[in-house]
Write a protein that binds this ligand. Structure first.
Ligand code: SAM
Length: 480
């Protein structure tokens, strides 16, 4: 969601406070000794889909006998799973590769670039970074075992760059990094061709997984102890059932929510064009479906939206919001916004500012427009100077900060069910989330991670809430 830059190393325990049990790692365990004794380091940049791809890549490697390590210095195989959604994100991997150069002269390694930069730059990566041996886009991850065979046989350079695929990366070999929340991709790729976005060229065409496989995976995840599932897709609600059941997206949500043992189900990212009232009805009827919808608008100006090829106007977007707001359960709404898109006049930007007031989002992920190769918008004139983009972004973020503060302050005095995700020993605080995805900090204990508890909110900032366990609210919130 919002493509928050996530950087994870899959080498360590999934959570500082929780031992990673074998069960929580899924059906792994070395199945091949072909690479026994070899180690890998995998670093991921980008969105949740990248994080989940990395979990599957790690699972594939572990099943071949590779062992994850925490530092690239200790690894035989170094992999960077990359993001190219904006220029800055794309350049990150090259600075990593530059820093590696000196180190690798002393101790040779096999280095691979995976994901969106791999797909976008292809074999040009070998010219820019000759120390790289493997370049593989996400649409070719099913070929990873073959590519690893070739590398282990001594091939110097191997690539997986085919985009012409109707396959999803189906694997049970997933090394999930969180002991209670599991990501589950239901649709890969993107066919939308928004004029600013590189995703269709880096992730290939849309491929939906059949509902029977999705539901079977959900049941397996519950058996393995996961209580929260996050369904993923670049356009998650463009999912189409390839099975004879022909479920609609809202029906799939309902079926997943009914899997016994699941406590929370989230889904991201929804596209306004495919957003239907049935999705809201599914949330209203199934308490397991979290009361949260991420619905990227990108701009509040119909003129800009039409240049972005988003397929809806400001009014049509607001009509979608109008069918969410009256829901029986209050549903929190978040969005993504791009400022300074080609030709965005100040009047267009002001329309985005008024949209913030019209919707009153609970969270906004906002970005300066960054021209990307092979998108329609590279043919448009990038008319807004960087400095102006920065000023618009700052204004937008400050305005939204005030909206969030006001909305969060309205929660003071209320009680919420919070699923505890981590513990901060230095502060003695547990950190968890409400089903509406608000972060809550409260006096806690390490063993509460993974548990659900009622928390009364006592204070609020723009980005998080502070509280106390409801059953301790009268006692000053002391830990037991
Ligand atoms: N597929 C989703 C969609 O279209 O709504 C999300 C795609 S992307 C991973 C997340 C966000 O990055 C987008 O919603 C958009 O706001 C932002 N983004 C995409 N391309 C961008 C660009 N060229 N410059 C700046 N931000 C961009």
């Amino acid at each position: 969601m919002g493509n928050k830059l996530v950087q994870i190393s899959l080498a360590g325990a999934p959570h500082p406070e929780v031992a990673h049990s074998r069960e929580s790692m899924g059906p792994l365990g070395p199945q091949s000794s072909a690479s026994s004794g070899k180690t890998f380091y995998l670093e991921t940049f980008g969105c949740q889909m990248n994080v989940h791809d990395a979990e599957k890549v790690a699972g594939t490697l572990i099943a071949r006998g590779y062992r994850p390590v925490e530092r690239h210095e200790e690894a035989d195989l170094i992999l960077y799973n990359t993001c190219s959604i904006r220029e800055k994100a794309g350049e990150k991997v090259f600075s990593r590769l530059g820093a590696l150069k000196k180190h690798c002269r002393k101790s040779p390694k096999v280095i691979g670039v995976l994901g969106c930069v791999a797909q976008q730059e292809g074999e040009r990566i070998f010219e820019r970074a000759p120390q790289v041996s493997l370049v593989c886009g996400s649409a070719s991850y099913t070929k990873l075992p073959d590519l690893l065979d070739q590398l282990e046989a001594g091939n110097r350079r191997v690539t997986g760059l085919d985009l012409d695929t109707d396959e999803c990366f189906e694997t049970e070999l997933t090394r999930r990094d969180n002991p209670f929340r599991a990501y589950l991709t239901i649709i890969e790729g993107c066919d939308q061709r928004c004029s600013f976005c590189v995703v269709p060229t880096t992730r290939g065409p849309e491929r939906s997984r059949p509902s029977n496989k999705i539901l079977a995976e959900c049941r397996r995840l519950v058996d393995e102890g996961y209580t929260e599932i996050q369904l993923l897709g670049q356009i998650v609600n463009a999912w189409e059932d390839a099975s004879p059941r022909r479920l609609r997206f809202a029906e799939l949500l309902a079926r997943v929510a009914e899997v016994p043992g699941l406590r929370r189900v989230r889904f991201t990212t929804s596209h306004p064009r495919y957003f239907t009232p049935e999705i809201v009805q599914a949330i209203e009827t199934h308490p397991t479906l979290c009361d949260q919808i991420h619905l990227p608008v990108q701009s509040g100006s119909t003129r800009v939206l039409s240049r972005m090829l988003r397929g809806y106007s400001r009014e049509e977007y607001l009509a979608k919001i109008d069918c969410i707001r009256p829901a029986r359960r209050a549903i929190s709404i978040s969005t993504d916004i791009i400022v300074g898109f080609c030709g965005e006049a100040i009047e267009d930007f002001e329309q985005t500012m008024t949209l913030l007031d019209a919707v009153e989002y609970d969270q906004v992920f906002s970005f300066k427009y960054s021209p990307r190769p092979e998108t329609a918008a590279v043919g448009f004139e990038d008319t807004i100077p960087e400095e102006e983009k920065g000023q618009r972004l700052a204004r937008l973020q400050e305005h939204q900060r005030r909206i969030q503060l006001r909305r969060n302050q309205a929660a003071v005095g209320q009680e919420f069910e919070v699923l505890v995700e981590s513990y901060q020993p230095r502060l003695g605080q547990s950190v968890g989330r409400t089903t509406s995805n608000r972060v809550v900090n409260f006096p806690g204990a390490p063993e509460w991670v993974g548990r659900s508890m009622q928390v009364r909110v006592t204070a609020a900032g723009p980005n998080s809430l502070v509280g106390v366990r409801a059953d301790q609210a009268g006692s000053g919130g002391m830990t037991p």
